[in-house]
Design a protein around this ligand. Structure first.
Ligand code: FMN
Length: 124
């Protein structure tokens, strides 16, 4: 019994010291100050786009992203869906193609996104 009591105390002490060390780490990292300034020197001039068609414009921008060495997965995109009652969810999927009909990705029809797309009568 005594040794069991000791073990519980030791576990609790270890738990407390972990909490304190995590707390100290949180104080060290100033999350609130973390911010990259994405303001561009050149603003997007919507009156002078190279093309007006959104799919053609996407193709130009996607090619730029593909040629950018710092972007490892330019075809990673966020896919948001919603339930019929309007509860949203979002996740990352990989773009596998696009044309005038839209954007293509592969997934499981039984997944949450699959079921939500079907329940919203999305053209699949
Ligand atoms: C980089 C990356 C790429 C992914 N690509 C796909 C994908 O192409 N298709 C897919 O179904 N899930 C992909 N996933 C997993 C999804 O983000 C998600 O976790 C999974 O599909 C379950 O989603 P759901 O339960 O909301 O439907 C990817 C995840 C990551 C991190």
């Amino acid at each position: 019994m005594i040794s069991r009591g000791k073990n519980i105390r030791q576990v609790f002490q270890r738990y407390l010291s972990t909490c304190f060390s995590l707390r100290n780490k949180m104080v060290d990292v100033n999350i609130a100050a973390m911010r990259i300034d994405y303001t561009l020197s050149e603003q997007l001039d919507t009156d002078n786009l190279p093309v007006k068609d959104p799919i053609s414009l996407f193709e130009i921008w996607f090619t730029e992203a593909k040629n950018c060495e710092r972007i490892e997965e330019p075809n990673a995109m966020t896919l948001a869906t919603g339930t019929r009652s309007g509860i949203p969810s979002a996740r990352i999927v990989l773009l596998k193609g696009f044309d005038k009909r839209g954007f293509m990705f592969y997934t499981n029809y039984q997944s949450r996104k699959g079921k939500e797309l079907v329940s919203n009568n999305t053209r699949l």
